[in-house]
Design a protein around this ligand. Structure first.
Ligand code: DGY
Length: 338
């Protein structure tokens, strides 16, 4: 087929995306929107989606049944430029026969690196130290100044041993850590565990929480993981232990976390995500023993480039009838049997 004259499918781009996806999407689609680096408002989204084949969106845009219906039945694909897709009502998409795709794999290492940045920052009080120096409060070296806790040899609890959880666990080999993990689909196969690693599966979250010195969260947000870490679970964590969250904010009851940190039960927390992002629970910023980042898990030039490209490729593959990275495969089976 002569692609220069063939009519391109239409795509609503909800906001500006990095290169190479930004250029690629224009080669493959007739693009509406996507010029500005700001979330698309609901009214704009409802207007913009009318008559398009594809919606390419990001986690800043909630996409529900009303948005899908505003297309007037034309919408066939929602391509999310993120591995998490809790901003999309997937059930509503499935009911309407709309494919939803995400961008797994390409952000695994960047997110695992950031989880480690938080682990080390909170356990070794890196940000507190930086503040002290900047504020001119660094007098003389002291054997008691900003003592943290050893990471080497500690026990790391990974809640959700998927791609990112495993990448975090692999990095811990350099710190000679024992790793405890939970995993929805049961223990890893022998060949998935690196030689020499001490990774132990726990079928109960409670068991992991009561043994780990550092707990790192790597579960997707859904109805089973919302407030997975509530006051009961935080209370089960070892006194002085650390919580790190690079998954989704609502996995943690943030008010309960603040209470646990204020009471001195937890040693500290490293957070990249928040329950009511970008809002923060009252009291969080008053705590010294927390490191707070603005959702930077995948924020490297390399990774954001790969995410933008994959989101466009997912959209093209789906309209060509060769979908990949589909999160609602039920739509595919329905298409096959139709
Ligand atoms: C994701 O992909 O789900 C991250 O949170 C944003 O990059």
């Amino acid at each position: 087929m002569d692609t220069s004259t063939a009519k391109k499918p239409t795509l609503l781009l909800s906001r500006r995306i990095p290169e190479p996806g930004f250029s690629l999407v224009r080669e493959e689609f007739t693009v509406i929107g996507g010029e500005e680096d700001r979330p698309m408002g609901r009214a704009e989204l409802l207007r913009g989606v009318e008559g398009v084949d594809v919606l390419l969106c990001l986690l800043t845009e909630p996409v529900d049944g009303a948005v899908m219906d505003a297309s007037g039945g034309s919408l066939r694909v929602i391509s999310n430029m993120a591995v998490g897709y809790d901003n999309i009502d997937v059930q509503a998409a499935t009911e309407r026969g709309i494919l939803v795709t995400n961008t797994p794999g390409v952000l695994t290492d960047a997110t695992a690196d950031l989880a480690w940045a938080l682990i080390l920052s909170v356990a070794r009080r890196v940000v507190e130290g930086d503040h002290l120096v900047r504020q001119g409060r660094f007098g003389r070296w002291s054997p008691f100044l900003l003592l943290g806790h050893a990471v080497a040899g500690a026990t790391l609890g990974i809640v959700g041993m998927g791609r990112i959880g495993q990448a975090v666990a692999r990095r811990s080999l350099g710190w000679d850590m024992r790793v405890l993990y939970t995993r929805k689909s049961g223990p890893l196969a022998q060949e998935q565990v690196p030689a020499g690693a001490c990774w132990e599966y726990r079928d109960e979250l409670d068991g992991l929480l009561s043994e780990a010195d550092i707990v790192s969260l790597h579960v997707p947000l859904d109805s089973t993981t919302r407030h997975l870490m509530g006051s009961r679970e935080l209370g089960l964590m070892r006194p002085g232990s650390y919580l790190v969250n690079t998954s989704r904010g609502p996995v943690v009851d943030e008010d309960a976390l603040v209470q646990s940190l204020q009471s001195g039960h937890l040693g500290g927390a490293g957070l990249d995500v928040y329950e009511a992002e970008p809002g923060l629970a009252a009291g969080l910023t008053d705590l010294e023993n927390v490191v707070l980042l603005p959702h930077l898990g995948s924020a490297t030039v390399e990774t954001r480039g790969m995410m933008s490209e994959l989101a466009v490729r997912n959209a093209s593959a789906a309209v060509r009838g060769e979908p990949v990275n589909v999160v609602n495969p039920e739509v595919l089976s329905r298409m096959m049997s139709a």
